[in-house]
Design a protein around this ligand. Structure first.
Ligand code: 0O2
Ligand code: 0O2
Length: 202
């Protein structure tokens, strides 16, 4: 398997999506408007993780590009829950990508307590052999959801996917606390934004 050749277009997609999303954020800043985007990160899934996922889902190597949808992953982190849906609407309005699937794990959280909005997109990338359409996953979440997911991800890694029951319960409670924080912040959103506008002007 020539992983380098397989992954090259995915690296390209991650970089292009980051540029475009950062461009959206910059436009809000030029117009002195609250940006729904706080920051963006991206990664190409490491080969080891791709192989593990393929194995656990019984995806044959020749089906990886179609069946593993998060080889290219971009994460958009927002301040407020409403911002997530602003970003979703902006992505829906774009003509340079096609949305294949949307998963709203905010309305319907996962059993673990995980919340985020996921989009699987098809993105045309230019290669020296012509245009190639590749799948990518965009995760959109608040800072609080990101804080929770980052910690839970570390624990999952530590416990190789079998987090002890007691810690799992604590994580579920922490997820609710994080969501409560999002709800409380939404209620004082205007206050926060006004303060940020004043701070920005200075
Ligand atoms: P900017 O303009 O501040 O967004 P890169 O290739 O360097 O653009 P890369 O390699 O994906 O991006 O970097 P990484 O480490 O994944 O982080 C992406 C961006 O997210 C970095 O900014 C980080 O500073 C930013 N970031 C990560 N965590 C947080 C956080 O908790 N809060 C805030 N506000 N930003 C965070 P850039 O891309 O270097 O520049
Ligand atoms: P990574 O790179 O380690 O993050 P499914 O069949 O629904 O279980 P699917 O179809 O791959 O899985 O998609 P899903 O669940 O919508 O999205 C998968 C990605 O979402 C994961 O990627 C995580 O990044 C994130 N995610 C989903 N559930 C959780 C969770 O309970 N906790 C945390 N921390 N993240 C979650 P990977 O494959 O784990 O890769």
């Amino acid at each position: 398997m020539n992983w380098e050749a397989l992954l090259a277009p995915y690296t390209q997609v991650v970089e292009e999506l980051k540029v475009k999303l950062k461009g959206m954020r910059a436009q809000f800043e030029y117009e002195s408007r609250h940006s729904p985007i706080e920051f963006i990160t991206g990664r190409v899934k490491p080969v080891q993780s791709i192989m593990e996922k393929a194995e656990s889902r019984r995806v044959p190597l020749n089906r990886i590009e179609q069946d593993i949808q998060d080889i290219a992953g971009v994460r958009v982190v927002c301040q407020f829950v409403d911002d997530i849906y602003t970003v979703v609407d902006m992505l829906r309005a774009r003509h340079d990508l096609e949305i294949i699937e949307e998963k709203d794990y905010i309305v319907e959280k996962k059993d673990s307590g995980y919340r985020s909005f996921h989009m699987i997109i098809e993105y045309p990338v230019g290669t020296i052999h012509g245009e190639k359409k590749v799948l990518a996953e965009i995760q959109i979440r608040t800072l609080a959801m990101n804080f929770w997911a980052t910690n839970e991800h570390s624990l999952n890694y530590k416990y190789k996917g079998s987090i002890p029951k007691e810690i799992k319960t604590r994580l579920q409670r922490a997820a609710e606390a994080a969501f409560k924080l999002d709800e409380e912040m939404s209620k004082i959103r205007n206050e926060v934004q006004e303060a940020q506008r004043i701070f920005h002007r200075k």
